[in-house]
Design a protein around this ligand. Sequence first.
Ligand code: C5P
Ligand code: MG
Length: 193
Amino acid sequence: MINIILFGPPGSGKGTQAQKMVEKYGLLHISTGDLFRYEMGNNTPLGIKAKQYISKGELVPDEVTIGMLKNKVDANPMVNGYIFDGFPRTETQAIALDEFLKLKGTSITSLLALEVDDEEIVKRILNRGETSGRTDDRDESIIRNRIEVYSQETAPIFDYYALKDKSIKIAGIGGIDEIFERISTILDTFVSA
Ligand code: C5P
Ligand code: MG
């Protein structure tokens, strides 16, 4: 199995690149943000709870997010591997993910970190907000809070996997296909390994 954490700040292109990775490598894309939005759209108890946090650009509590992620993986066992997009967002989530995969006899292959600077991110997300229907994409102060939460809580996960020699940086600026080429070059080495 090839299990990839697609890492990077909000608006760094994780969802876009994940789609292309699904097409080329047949991995299952799990976006915790998309899962929350699905629950919110259906007004489920989970969605109602998540909305309290997401509307402010804060993180949903670890136990909620971890439980939802495990359910999604368990519901899709027969795959070549997973692309984790937007998860883990905290070190607690990273530890939980590693333990969970270990129980399944597998592990994270690599963390690929898309690097994009803050001002570019704000521009991209506001632009996406014109069509995404996401209220958290339309308000610059919420976007800046998401970036702040990312640097405080999420960015340290890069180092967590770097200690395991699994973290790789990828320049997230340029055309979509150009960035995908960079990702492919790395994934191809795992496929042929
Ligand atoms: O990943 P994405 O940017 O789509 O996530 C949207 C929002 O969902 C985040 O800003 C955060 O409020 C919430 N989220 C979370 N924990 C995660 C993933 C997303 O709290 N692991
Ligand atoms: Mg996304």
